[in-house]
Design a protein around this ligand. Structure first.
Ligand code: PLP
Length: 416
């Protein structure tokens, strides 16, 4: 048997890895899982995953595909029937007309975003990321050789990017703006008017690509009308990549299907990257995604209403908790409360809460609730709660969060 190679003689690793952190969401999720494995009762609010089962008609389509031996490689851009269904989806939901050569299917929006950035970005390019932003964007930008430029969006402005801030952030090196509405981690959304304020700025900067991550399109509250940049401003059609997928809408996170639409030249460039990496998305999952997009859509509204009920409960409970403040998200299934009012307080064990990470650790270790610190989303002192869990679980979490916050004090307990 070969002896293990000591670290000192291991070949070097990619230095770029030092420029970004591994996913803090995955870190918290695995810490919570470890504590659960040790027998601790943990309410896990770390992962952004719908609580519903994948609908039966979608599962049946996948089983039928297996039985029909649809188990081989597909075209790298995705099977034609699925790409046609995606065209129909864009026309139906967004009023956007594409033909099948303008569509790409990949193993989730996550790899597709990365493949797109690899095709679009070069060394020295800047990518504008409004923050708080999804934890994976900065790492992908760095891996693609570019530089993330963070533009903070205040809680008072509903965590929405302001046109003036966007204008100020654009430099001759800006190559891309990433827009994610509804947002992970804040649930902030842009209606057509809000989106237009941003697209008006973009019209003045023709060298900037728009990356529209619409994965939470169907998870919106009340009468909110979803809007996407290429729909709001047709002049941006030729420099926008619109991404979407089945993970969040149809509760299909494990099936790994995402898709994108854009100008054909861009799609061909991304295909060049994708064909050398993923190769193609899973053929059975593509059959399932086809059933999702072509099948009944009415349950999407029912699911969205169910998330909205959980949101209302969570926000009402947390607004009564001292030290926390939160606004009302309009979409996705995340709440991003501020814990600024707790910073500087002491735990019963005498430790100072110096950051959202300290608070999140205290919450998990002492009160058994797992959430994600704001640092994971480039914005502090906040933390993210994924409320895509049952109302019963959510209420258990609220009780524990309230108890944890009330246990923190300004003064060290006197020993006298
Ligand atoms: N984009 C955002 C904003 C997300 O929050 C996520 C998943 O959490 C993804 C993309 C990834 O989606 P997929 O499951 O299609 O890879």
């Amino acid at each position: 048997m070969r002896s293990p190679i000591p670290d000192s003689v291991m070949p070097s690793l990619n230095q770029e890895l030092e420029r970004f952190r591994p996913s803090a969401i995955a870190e918290m999720f695995s810490l919570a899982s470890r504590l659960k494995a040790q027998g601790r009762d943990i309410v896990d609010l770390t992962i952004g995953e719908p609580s519903f089962k994948t609908p039966e008609h979608i599962k049946r389509a996948a089983i039928a595909a297996i039985n029909a031996d649809v188990t081989k490689y597909t075209s790298s851009s995705g099977n034609l029937e699925l790409r046609r269904a995606i065209c129909a989806k864009f026309e139906r939901d967004n009023g956007l007309v594409f033909h099948s050569d303008q569509i790409l299917v990949d193993s989730g929006v996550k790899p597709l975003l990365f493949h797109a950035m690899k095709a679009m970005l070069a060394d020295g390019d800047e990518v504008i990321l409004p923050t708080p932003c999804w934890t994976s964007y900065p790492g992908m930008v760095v891996l693609a050789g570019a530089r993330p430029v963070f533009v903070p969006c205040s809680q008072d402005a509903g965590f929405k990017l302001q046109a003036a801030d966007l204008e100020r952030a654009i430099t001759p090196s800006t190559k891309m703006l990433v827009l994610n509405s509804p947002s992970n981690p804040t649930g902030a959304t842009y209606d057509a008017a809000g989106m237009r304020a941003l697209t008006d700025v973009l019209l003045r900067h023709p060298d900037v690509w728009v990356m529209a991550d619409d994965i939470y399109e169907h998870v919106v509250c009340g009468d909110f009308k979803f809007a996407t940049p290429a729909q709001v401003e047709p002049l941006l059609y030729d420099r926008t990549l619109t991404l979407n997928g089945v993970s969040k809408a149809y509760s299909m996170t494990g099936w790994r299907i995402g898709y994108a639409a854009g100008p054909e030249r861009l799609i061909r460039a991304i295909l060049q990257v994708l064909s050398q990496t993923t190769g193609c998305a899973c053929s059975v999952s593509q059959a399932a995604a086809l059933a999702a997009l072509n099948g009944p859509q009415t349950f999407l509204r029912e699911w969205a209403e169910s998330y909205e009920m959980r949101r209302n409960h969570l926000v009402a409970r947390l607004r009564d908790v001292p030290g926390l403040s939160c606004n009302l998200p309009e979409g996705a299934f995340y709440l991003f409360p501020s814990c600024a009012g707790l910073i500087g307080k002491l735990t019963p064990q005498g430790q100072t809460i110096g950051s959202s990470t300290d608070f999140v650790r205290f919450l998990l270790q002492e009160h058994g609730v797992a959430v994600v610190p704001g640092s994971a989303f480039e914005y502090d002192p906040h933390f993210r709660i994924s409320y895509a869990v049952s109302l019963v679980e959510l209420e258990r979490a609220c009780e524990r969060i309230e108890r944890a916050c009330r246990a923190l004090t300004w003064e060290r307990p006197s020993l006298a």
